[in-house]
Ligand binder design. Structure first.
Ligand SMILES: [Zn+2]
Length: 352
């Protein structure tokens, strides 16, 4: 088994498909269901420099995934129904849930029509500051800064320097460098201040991005009324909860939700941790989400849902529909559990 695992880990998604390894892995890693994670759903853009391209898929790719699931007889269900099946150990049928993060207008304009074709429910996680038009989608602001600049002056660790951004390759390298640096800063306020300074120097209005891309409350209201739509919480500011004091993290979890409940007049019982990876959500955050009363909370850790997930409802893994891998060949690989097993080191439960 060890050699087999190593071979699979070395292989890419394409190799998994061509070797048929995902069929061999299915009985072990398919689980009882999967929660798919999406961000933007919209027609592809032409630009060569698209450092956030992994966060957007085309409507056609979503349609292909839904058709694939239907052809396999997999139920597409709400998070409430997933919660019920886990609580009742009702695993007579495989299931899939669809979740879209951040509350973008394209969730309504491009994802909803495709979901409707399949009568498929989905959840959209809203960060309340995004809906209030003062959100900071700094990863998109960074893309805009670098897209229009030919060089970037930055001071990293007290050392002033200049990053080349004159070609697409240089822009990508500059983006990766600054993105990793900003995410590595131990204090969220530092990252926020550095990003604000960068935007000011390059004439980018950071909060205008949330007003342009995200649904405000008066658009969320009719959207939330659609019978296929569930609205979940995504904190107030979309900060890194694990880097916040416990008091702040509690406030982000409770108040972000209360604002949505107040504005949309409906209970909000599902959460997505912003960023959702190991450096943004761990055991403390899983406990805080449980204490805040969320029925489920999803991470961005890769994995399928297993019966044992019922014991870890605020640490659920997801399967990313990644914009860099929009090839129909990988659909059976993603639904087999083979890809996520490869990415998470062959763990069934990853909740610590
Ligand atoms: Zn998010």
């Amino acid at each position: 088994m060890k050699q087999f695992r190593n071979n699979v880990i070395r292989a890419g998604l394409g190799a998994l498909y061509f070797t048929g390894a995902h069929y061999l892995l299915r009985p072990i890693f398919a689980g009882v269901g999967a929660i798919f994670m999406l961000h933007h759903v919209r027609p592809p853009r032409e630009a060569e420099f698209r450092p956030n391209g992994h966060l957007e898929i085309a409507p056609d790719f979503l349609r292909a995934m839904l058709a694939h699931l239907r052809s396999r007889g997999i139920d597409i269900i709400t998070l409430d129904e997933m919660h019920r099946r886990l609580a009742d150990a009702d695993f007579s049928r495989h299931f899939a849930c669809f979740t879209l993060d951040d509350g973008y207008r394209d969730s309504r304009d491009f994802a909803l029509p495709v979901m409707r074709e399949f009568d498929a429910p989905f959840t959209v996680y809203v960060a309340s500051d995004f809906a209030e038009g003062r959100g900071r989608l700094w990863w998109l602001a960074l893309e805009m800064v670098i897209a229009k600049a030919s060089s970037i002056e930055v001071s990293i660790g007290g050392a002033a320097g200049r990053l080349d951004a004159s070609t697409d390759a240089a822009k990508q390298a500059a983006f990766d460098h600054l993105h990793d640096w900003l995410r590595s800063l131990p204090d969220e306020h530092d990252a926020r201040r550095e990003m604000a300074a960068l935007c000011a120097r390059h004439g980018i209005d950071e909060t205008a991005i949330s007003r342009e891309l995200c649904m405000p409350w008066d658009e969320l209201k009719p959207f939330a009324d659609d019978p296929l739509v569930t609205i979940g919480a995504h904190t107030i500011t979309h900060g890194n909860l694990a880097r916040q004091t416990e008091e702040t993290a509690r406030h982000e979890l409770a108040t972000g939700r209360a604002r949505i409940e107040g504005m949309l007049q409906r209970p909000v019982v599902h959460l997505a941790y912003p960023y959702g990876d190991r450096i943004a959500a761990g055991t403390r955050e899983f406990a805080l989400a449980r204490a805040a009363g969320y029925k489920t909370a999803v991470t961005t850790r890769p994995g399928m849902i297993f019966p044992e997930s019922a014991e870890h409802l605020t640490a659920l893994p997801r399967v990313s529909l990644n914009g860099n891998y929009q090839n129909r060949r990988i659909l059976p690989v993603l639904t087999s559990g083979a890809a996520t097993a490869m990415w998470n080191g062959f763990r069934r439960i990853d909740a610590a």
